[in-house]
Design a binder for this molecule. Structure first.
Ligand code: TRP
Ligand code: SF4
Length: 345
């Protein structure tokens, strides 16, 4: 991995087996980025605790499922660094330093804060950790001095806050020149401001027509075998105006067609559009075509995943190698951070 490459960092919560929405929204893009950038991809297990602290029994198992899905999707340990957040303790140290300089108002104003507090029921989210969650994310990003953070629209506010934290940190703690331990004259900052790399996330409906999401129970998992995929698609909602087989439909209002747009070839999309608008095909047939396309996308992923599943030791080694590389990089930043703050090692 060359030093000249720009650095990319992103993380994902260990929610368990990943679904097509997680794949298209993140992994699919990450796999492409790993070839061009020095990439760090991690499983944000501490982040999971900000909402699931009362029951942590699934965290390790879910972490395992997510790393298998990373590898299945084509993240390659030779090309990128994959690790588990809690294995790199420096994230917690930088987070702690950030808590000292962050005005509470900044955190209270993060749009996801109030939103999630209202939407997530059955859990008490009036905790310090939940409020501070975006700061932990800022530490995740800044500790690698990342240039780019590939995320979906829902995470943009967090990266924006990360930039503000970096700016504030750099103002309080300018870079110390190594010899004199005096403020350096060059403008270079300890924590460069990262940029969002807005990843294209196509509209991906679940089987009930709403956004595909674990909490709606409408997902297709990367691990679903072919019969399960077909089974799940069968009752999927279509253009509600297409009641009888002889009624022509409108693909533009049909969630099944949204899946065609993501997974089917242009030719198949055209065949489906033509067949739908002229009522020459039924929805069952149309769904079977989209199932074909999804199965074709998932077969290589499932084959790769199955190989890793059979080699738990190899997966452990990959994570250990990732931890080591990530730690070394994080330590490098922390040396500069400690020196700038005045807590030299
Ligand atoms: N907050 C992100 C999510 O819920 C996960 C995450 C944690 C992350 N740390 C990150 C993403 C750092 C990008 C960079 O999806
Ligand atoms: Fe949707 Fe296809 Fe049925 Fe048309 S034929 S309504 S695009 S499922």
């Amino acid at each position: 991995m060359s030093d000249l490459k720009k650095r990319v960092l992103s993380g994902m919560r260990p929610t368990g087996k990943l679904h097509l929405g997680n794949y298209m929204g993140a992994l699919y893009n990450w796999v492409r980025l790993q070839r061009e950038y020095e990439c760090y991809f991690f499983i944000a297990d501490w982040h999971a605790l900000t909402t699931d602290y009362a029951d942590t029994s699934q965290v390790r198992e879910n972490t395992r499922e997510v790393i298998l899905d990373f590898l299945g999707a084509g993240l390659d340990p030779e090309q990128c660094t994959m690790f588990v957040q809690s294995a790199v303790k420096e994230h917690a140290e930088l987070f702690l330093l950030f808590t000292m300089i962050t005005p509470l108002g900044w955190l209270e104003r993060v749009p996801t804060y109030k939103e999630q507090q209202e939407n997530i029921t059955g859990r008490d989210l009036s905790t310090y950790g939940f409020l501070g969650y975006p700061l932990l994310q800022a530490a995740d990003i800044l500790i690698y001095q990342a240039d780019f953070v590939p995320v979906g629209q829902d995470q943009v506010a967090h990266v924006e806050l990360t930039r503000e934290i970096a700016r504030r940190f750099n103002q309080f703690y300018p870079k110390q020149s190594r010899e004199l331990r005096a403020p350096s004259t060059d403008a270079e900052a300890v924590l460069p401001e990262p940029q969002v790399l807005l990843t294209p996330s196509p509209k991906l409906p679940g089987t009930d027509g709403r956004k595909m999401s674990k909490s709606y129970g409408n997902t297709i998992l990367l691990t679903d075998p072919e019969p399960v995929i077909r089974q799940k698609l069968k009752p999927m909602v279509t253009d509600p105006a297409r009641i009888r087989r002889t009624d022509p439909g409108n693909p533009e209002v049909c969630p099944v067609f949204d899946l065609h747009k993501v997974f089917s070839s242009v030719e198949t999309q055209e065949r489906a559009r033509e067949g739908c608008t002229t009522a020459s095909i039924g929805c069952i047939e149309c769904k079977s075509w989209v199932a074909d396309a999804i199965v074709a996308e998932l077969v290589p992923i499932q084959e790769r995943r199955a190989k890793y599943e059979k080699e738990p030791k190899l997966v452990t080694d990959i994570l250990e190698g990732g931890r080591r590389r990530a730690s070394a990089r994080a330590e490098q930043t922390m040396h500069e951070v400690r020196a700038a703050v005045g807590l030299n090692d």
